[in-house]
Design a binder for this molecule. Structure first.
Ligand code: GLU
Length: 488
């Protein structure tokens, strides 16, 4: 037999948002398959109907589509080993559990006898363990109970002595004392499989070669391993990923108010930037490169380089990365995205009067996240209340007292200016600076301040004047002169 084709699966439970850890699992799962020209499969694990959230499956489809993590097989696209939704595979699992009973690797626990083991293990907070005294029955006894319809569960039979050893690609060789291994339920009293059992059976039937999941599943892996060997099935390669932390002590979690993928998009992060950032939560290429397209990730991704120490979700880095992606957008594209933010801030008149594309040109290199746009542009709509100490700039040697006469000289010069273009405003003001024999900042700082009322703005005095237009710029300078006169 030749090498098996690499087949990986993303197996989300539809329980709500796509949080960052889920998306990272999906991404790594996808990358492992595509790096090897293998198949990436989507399987919906909805056996736990109590945790089912309406609409959650749509979030999964939408997210995979948006991020370009296209699956080769799945509920919506079909494939040779379907169905790909566990609730549609209900009939599959009981037969496999019965095979294990036959092999002596699982056993029935009937409801007509008090389950003393369950009571003891619950009280003592110990794993449920097989106890021959209560549960060893002859074939005939079992048959009789089944025929008379007494409800039952089927449990895995794990030994109490010895150790179970398994290999994880990231965490290495792990040994677990068998005494710790609970005889977990495989089939519930309603005849349906538990999540743990369905997961193993489906991974085998779907010929999954690499299993990628969060390290919270690491402690279940030995029980899964025992199932594989009880069936005599090949054990897949386990890739357990490190936790994602928001700081040294706390895990990132939606429950703690941390952002989901959709929240990040709503805040104005670009999906490509988020995917790139997530790829680096626990993995590095071994070089200084940090910006990767999905194609580059496919080429470079080697799961053996996933780190086992916890990954920190660094907001500052995510913002920086997003800023880099924003800078790379074609201007038109950035402009289209920025427009909805302009609409939030600007009146209809402003939207029509101002050359919005010019604002986009200024913003594109100065914004890291799109939701920073409103605060950076409100002054175009109207000058905010400000304190005249804003005119103080030590290095430029400006203050309210010297800004007033400067603006009084600027006003008539600009009033006379007919060609209100960037170059012409620039040249006119520079002529004035020369004439006044002062440093540039002495004139430019007061103009920028009077036009915006802000400490910092996207663009300097000339750009702001050009965008605001002659009439509005002159009006703002006049108002500013009055304010200085009144408040000095
Ligand atoms: N359904 C599980 C989850 O959503 C996936 C576990 C696995 O990948 O094996 O967490």
């Amino acid at each position: 037999m030749g090498e098996r084709e690499v087949r990986t699966r993303f197996a989300p439970s539809p329980t709500g948002y796509m949080h960052i850890g889920n998306l990272r699992t999906a991404l790594y799962t996808y990358l492992i398959a595509k790096h090897e020209d293998g198949k990436f499969i989507l399987r919906i694990e909805d056996t736990d109907q109590e945790r089912y959230v309406e609409g959650a499956v749509d979030v999964i489809y939408r997210t995979l589509k948006m991020t370009g993590l296209n699956h080769d097989e799945g509920p919506d696209v079909g494939g040779p080993v379907g169905p790909y939704i566990q609730s549609e595979r209900k009939g599959t699992y009981l037969g496999y559990a019965k095979q294990l009973v036959e092999k002596g690797e699982a056993y029935y626990v009937f409801s007509d006898k008090p389950d003393v083991v369950a009571e003891i293990s619950e009280k003592e907070k110990k794993p449920y363990k097989y106890n021959a005294q209560y549960h060893s029955m002859t074939k005939e006894e079992i048959e009789e109970k089944l025929v008379s319809g007494i409800s039952y569960v089927i449990r895995q039979k794990n030994p109490s002595e010895g150790v179970t050893v398994f290999e994880d690609e990231i965490y290495g060789t792990i040994k677990v004392d068998n005494l710790e291994l609970e005889d977990m339920i495989l089939i519930k009293s309603d005849g349906l499989p538990t999540y743990n059992f369905a997961n193993v059976v489906d991974d085998h039937l779907m010929e999954i070669t690499h299993i990628v999941r969060g390290n919270e599943y690491l402690s279940s892996a030995p029980k899964y391993n025992r199932l594989y060997s009880a069936f005599g099935w090949p054990v897949p390669t386990y890739v357990h990923c490190p936790p994602i932390m928001k700081d040294a002590h706390n895990k990132l979690s939606k429950r703690n108010g941390d952002a989901s993928f959709e929240d990040l998009l709503a805040k104005g992060y670009l999906k490509e930037a988020v995917v790139n950032f997530i790829a680096l939560l626990g993995w590095s290429s071994g070089t200084d490169q940090e910006i990767f397209t999905l194609e580059e990730l496919i080429e470079k991704f080697d799961y053996r380089h996933i780190n086992k120490s916890p990954a920190i979700f660094d907001d500052v880095k995510l913002k920086w990365m997003n800023g880099e992606y924003i800078k790379k957008l074609p201007l038109e594209d950035f402009h289209k995205r920025a427009l909805s933010y302009y609409e939030q801030v600007f009146s209809k008149e402003t939207m029509e009067k101002i050359d919005l594309l010019k604002i986009s040109e200024l913003l594109q290199t100065r914004v890291e996240v799109l939701n920073e746009i409103p605060e950076k542009i409100t002054f175009f709509e109207s000058v905010p209340e400000y304190d005249i100490s804003l005119y103080i700039h030590k290095r430029m040697k400006t203050n309210p007292e010297n800004s007033l006469p400067t603006l009084e000289r600027v006003l008539p010069v600009l009033e006379k200016l007919e060609d209100w273009s960037l170059d012409s405003i620039h040249n006119t003001i520079f002529d004035l600076i020369k004439e006044m024999e002062v440093k540039n900042g002495v004139v430019l700082w007061p103009i920028r301040t009077v036009l915006s009322g802000e400490k910092s703005t996207p663009g300097g005095a000339f750009e702001l004047a050009e965008i605001l237009g002659k009439e509005e710029s002159l009006r703002r300078i006049r108002v500013g002169i009055e304010k200085l006169k009144n408040e000095i």
